[in-house]
Ligand binder design. Structure first.
Ligand code: AHZ
Length: 305
């Protein structure tokens, strides 16, 4: 038994309020720390509870309907839309970071709040994220509220599995008459991907899919991954390169141009700005949400073809 020896001396009125807020089971616990003990466990049960599920998921998702690369604001918005519209599809998210969410945990320069221009407020209502209405735009009081709410909705879906700390290292391709079709991804644990230079060869894992969506953000150590690979495979002549910041132009362009860039590969979010030479928008996130929505719509069209 751990904790204070005596039950907390809380006034009856406060007790009622706590019971209403936390529920009777938890408040009973809080009043009986003397009798407190966890249910028994053996260490191997913990290992098996995790690994059995992980390897079953890996096995089941080796053949998947849709792969989403990158769980930033755009990738998560696509996952939410796809998972909601098509519970029949198996959706696999691959995120290189330990923490999903990409750049959307803060609104810009560590200022917390997240701005979205209308009509992206429709997406916030669909997900259930509260916001303040400022007329032409809305403000979520903390970007982490957007990211965590969206993430919790996506991860609760039965047809979605996210493998985080896992990097996409390459694309699986099949020849077509005039190029290639993207048919899946090649992955490795990110810590392995980061150490290829120090080891001779560490072979990766592979996942086949009908449609791949890429939202790896603008160019950086991991960013713009798929489109850079398409250039090196000569499936895109060159990248346009992300241009300077222009909120007005950038957001419309990203949503309007969200598309299947080569057969089987749909690109959205800031990765697309590298393809098209579009402006960046800085700390306003409506285009990320709606590019994700549009990418999901395109993915369903491509999948159903
Ligand atoms: O970890 C990356 C991040 O979570 C992940 N990622 C990148 N390469 C990957 C790879 N395999 C797996 N090879 C990979 N995952 O992709 C996610 C990208 O998230 P992001 O927030 O960088 O991109 P986004 O397009 O969703 O949102 C962009 C947000 C920006 S940037 C910007 C500006 O610079 O002006 N403005 C906005 C709104």
């Amino acid at each position: 038994a751990v904790g204070p020896k005596k039950p907390l001396d809380v006034a009856a009125e406060v007790k009622e309020r706590v019971a209403a807020g936390l529920g009777k089971e938890l408040t009973d616990l809080m009043e009986n720390w003397d009798q407190f003990a966890f249910a028994p466990i053996r260490e191997s049960q913990v290992s098996r509870a995790m690994t059995r599920r992980y390897f079953k998921d890996l096995d089941e998702h080796a053949e998947t309907d849709i792969i989403i690369i990158g769980a930033g604001s755009c990738g998560l918005s696509a996952a939410f839309t796809l998972g909601t519209l098509r519970p029949d599809l198996k959706i696999t998210i691959i995120e290189s970071g330990v923490a999903p969410g990409g750049g959307a945990w803060l609104g810009g320069q560590l200022f917390s709040a997240m701005v979205m221009r209308k009509p992206a407020d429709a997406f916030l209502r669909a997900v259930g994220v509260p916001y303040e209405d400022e007329g032409d735009y809305v403000v979520v009081k903390h970007a982490a509220l957007f990211t965590s709410t969206l993430l919790s909705r996506v991860l609760a879906m039965d047809n979605v599995k996210m493998f985080n700390a896992t990097a996409v290292e390459d694309l699986i391709t099949r020849p077509t008459e005039d190029g290639v079709r993207v048919a899946g991804v090649v992955t490795n644990w990110t810590l392995v991907s980061l150490n290829h230079d120090t080891q001779s060869c560490m072979d990766p894992n592979t996942l086949n899919a009908s449609v791949v969506l890429s939202f790896t953000g603008h160019d950086g150590p991991f960013g713009a991954f798929s489109v850079k690979r398409l250039v090196s495979m000569k499936q895109l002549p060159e990248l346009g390169g992300m241009r300077g910041l222009d909120m007005q132009r950038a957001e419309d362009a990203i949503v309007k141009n969200t598309r299947e860039v080569v057969p089987g590969l749909i690109v959205g979010g800031m990765e697309l700005s590298e393809v098209d030479g579009a402006n960046r928008m800085g700390p306003t996130f409506g285009a990320m949400a709606l590019s994700g929505v549009r990418a999901a719509q395109v993915a369903i069209e491509v999948f159903d073809q």
